[in-house]
Design a protein around this ligand. Structure first.
Ligand SMILES: *[C@@H]1O[C@H](CO)[C@@H](O)[C@H](O)[C@H]1NC(C)=O
Ligand SMILES: *[C@@H]1O[C@H](CO)[C@@H](O)[C@H](O)[C@H]1NC(C)=O
Ligand SMILES: *[C@@H]1O[C@H](CO)[C@@H](O)[C@H](O)[C@H]1NC(C)=O
Ligand SMILES: *[C@@H]1O[C@H](CO)[C@@H](O)[C@H](O)[C@H]1NC(C)=O
Ligand SMILES: *[C@@H]1O[C@H](CO)[C@@H](O)[C@H](O)[C@H]1NC(C)=O
Ligand SMILES: *[C@@H]1O[C@H](CO)[C@@H](O)[C@H](O)[C@H]1NC(C)=O
Ligand SMILES: *[C@@H]1O[C@H](CO)[C@@H](O)[C@H](O)[C@H]1NC(C)=O
Ligand SMILES: *[C@@H]1O[C@H](CO)[C@@H](O)[C@H](O)[C@H]1NC(C)=O
Length: 566
């Protein structure tokens, strides 16, 4: 009250001064007055009181960043105010009816003060107010009548306070409310009863509270709600009908909660959802069709899932419009199912950075349609199986060199294609094999990425093994059986001819009997000959083509033929 008295006396003094001034307005040194636009800025002027000797016609008054303690009797002088900024002062209470004259005020910023409560008359008279910022105060209590005259309110910021709950129907007069920010408070549950009577709410933030669950059927009919932010709470339970009624929801953030089971059922009701964030939860498995019914989903964030170990190959099959997926820092993911994204024809951006992937296969990703692929930070074993990625990196480097030289018009002209793929080349490092440990995959040489050597080894081993098996098989089964068969046949033929009284036919020549069978020469000779057969191995041709051709075919199936430049 001492302050009030002092200010009142000061006010009188100033009024006396003003009456001697014909224009009726003084601009204090600390302020900047733009009388043509009726704006005065006294920001960061160490003011302890609201200056009351300014132009009474003022539309815009900024007295932010001062040391103002209270606002009693301060604003009756400025009835025409449209915008008032009181941010970052030391105001403890708004008192009663201090804004009663501000019938035209549309924007009021009282953020970063020390306000503890709102009484039923604290905001009385602010009938034109559309934006109210009360964030970063110490609000614990808000009367259920506080907002009763704020019929025009569209955006209300109550974030960074100490709110634990809100009275039932506290916003019922604010029928036009579109955005409500309640983040960074201490709500233990969804303030559902407070949200009745706000049918046009489009954005609701409850991030960083202490909400534990989304219960069944309590969410009011927010049929226009488009964005719901529930990240950084401790939600472990989303009931089956917890989100039904939010028929217009397009953006849902459930990141950094305590969710252990994918809320497939509750999410399936959100048929318009386009952005879904589930990062930082404790989901272990992503089951088939985990995002059932979310046909319009475009952006999916499932990164930082510490305990995630398994993603089903059909996890995203319903999400035919999926464009962007972020799966970074899923440290339990050791491999990706092949064709994980092959049901998502629109996918353009895939990020699997800092997973635990040792290898990547080209078939994991729809490379022909991707614009952006991020795979850095995985413990990659950079053997020749990553040749495809190495090849893409080389193409990317060539491309970006060219882009640096050409104008942006040329960039637009060039046709988009797989070579336009953006890669995080500087993050793709190797932990193996030994000679590449700690290097970038981009630094590997062509020969290190060349599988032909190992292919050759693999093929010759296979050929040898098959050959030995065939030889053994032939020796064990073919030779004795054939002999007994032909013996039998010969005997029966001889018997026949003897019966018919005709001379026996000449025994069939070996070549005719086994014509067209390339194994012939390896099987026919007696077992003693095996040593010679080993030597003739390179001529043997199991695929009907020379062994050299096999390697050529293998090379063709990869991105580029193997050319050695000299
Ligand atoms: C509010 O604005 C209207 C015009 O938009 C004007 O006629 C009226 O006088 C203003 N009211 C006050 C109290 O300044
Ligand atoms: C009010 O002033 C603060 C500090 O100068 C500024 O950050 C804030 O944007 C202003 N508020 C509005 C609504 O302009
Ligand atoms: C919140 O208000 C305090 C002063 O009350 C200020 O120091 C701090 O910077 C403000 N924080 C934000 C995020 O505005
Ligand atoms: C509101 O806060 C002011 C200042 O801290 C205090 O004097 C007053 O008693 C409080 N009113 C209610 C209803 O809590
Ligand atoms: C929600 O609104 C729809 C129509 O908009 C109505 O049919 C339904 O009964 C309402 N539900 C609740 C719980 O009010
Ligand atoms: C998260 O849930 C687990 C059980 O599922 C519980 O032990 C833990 O305390 C919860 N964490 C928080 C912050 O509530
Ligand atoms: C390359 O390394 C991966 C992972 O260690 C392994 O699965 C793959 O078989 C290796 N490829 C070759 C050709 O050795
Ligand atoms: C292209 O230019 C940018 C800066 O304009 C540079 O950071 C980048 O390294 C350049 N790329 C290449 C491949 O030289």
């Amino acid at each position: 009250m001492e302050d009030d008295k002092i200010q009142f006396m000061w006010t009188l003094l100033v009024l006396v001064m003003i009456s001697s001034d014909v224009n009726g307005a003084i601009c204090p040194n600390a302020c900047r007055c733009e009388n043509d636009v009726l704006k005065t800025t006294c920001s960061s002027a160490s003011l302890e009181f609201v200056p009351i000797q300014l132009n009474p016609e003022l539309h815009v008054l900024d007295i932010s960043n001062n040391k103002i303690l209270q606002i009693h009797f301060s604003f009756p002088f400025y009835e025409n105010l449209l915008t008032l900024n009181l941010s970052n002062n030391r105001i403890k209470t708004l008192g009663n009816s201090n804004f009663n004259s501000q019938k035209n005020l549309t924007l009021l910023d009282i953020s970063s003060n020390r306000i503890e409560n709102l009484t039923k008359d604290s905001l009385k008279g602010l009938k034109a107010l559309t934006h109210l910022d009360l964030s970063n105060n110490s609000l614990e209590e808000i009367s259920s009548e506080s907002f009763r005259e704020l019929h025009s309110l569209k955006i209300l910021r109550l974030c960074r306070n100490k709110l634990v709950h809100l009275e039932e129907g506290v916003f019922r007069s604010c029928r036009k409310l579109k955005e409500l920010y309640l983040n960074d408070n201490q709500f233990l549950e969804l303030p559902t009863t407070a949200l009745t009577g706000t049918p046009h709410l489009k954005c609701l933030s409850l991030s960083r509270n202490l909400i534990q669950s989304v219960p069944d059927g309590e969410m009011p009919n927010l049929s226009e709600l488009e964005m719901l932010l529930l990240d950084s709470n401790v939600i472990s339970d989303i009931r089956h009908d917890g989100l039904s009624g939010l028929v217009a929801l397009t953006h849902l953030d459930l990141s950094d909660n305590n969710i252990t089971v994918m809320p497939t059922g509750p999410l399936a009701k959100l048929s318009k959802l386009t952005i879904l964030k589930l990062s930082g939860n404790f989901i272990g498995h992503i089951l088939p069709v985990a995002f059932r019914g979310l046909f319009h989903l475009k952006v999916l964030k499932i990164d930082r899932m510490e305990v995630l170990t398994q993603i089903d190959a059909r996890a995203f099959v319903d999400n035919i419009y999926l464009e962007k997926i972020d799966m970074d820092y899923n440290v339990g993911i050791k491999d990706l199912p092949t064709r994980l994204f092959h049901g998502n024809p629109k996918v353009r951006y895939i990020s699997v950075k800092y997973n635990n992937l040792e290898t990547l296969e080209a078939i994991h990703f729809p490379l022909d349609q991707l614009h952006d692929l991020r795979v850095g930070g995985n413990p990659l074993n950079c053997n020749c199986s990553l040749g495809w990625l190495w090849q893409l990196i080389q193409e990317y480097k060539v491309k970006s060199l060219k882009l640096n030289k050409t104008s942006s018009i040329d960039i637009k002209k060039s046709k988009p294609g797989p070579s336009d793929l953006i890669l995080d080349v500087d993050d793709i490092t190797c932990v193996g094999p030994e000679d590449l440990d700690g290097f970038l995959l981009a630094e590997a040489t062509k020969s290190q990425m060349d599988c032909s050597v190992s292919w050759m080894a693999a093929v010759s081993v296979t050929v040898t093994v098959m050959f030995i098996l065939l030889v053994i098989g032939g020796v064990v089964y073919w030779a004795p059986r054939r002999r007994s068969k032909s013996n039998k046949k010969e005997i029966s033929e001889i018997e026949d001819t003897i019966r018919r009284g005709m001379p026996p036919p000449p025994p069939p020549r070996k070549n005719e009997v086994y014509s067209g069978m390339p194994l012939d020469k390896y099987i026919m000779p007696p077992p003693v000959m095996i040593q010679n057969d080993y030597r003739s191995l390179p001529n043997w041709d199991p695929y009907g083509a020379g062994t050299v051709n096999i390697y050529e075919q293998l090379n063709e199936s990869r991105e580029r033929p193997h050319i050695v430049y000299v």
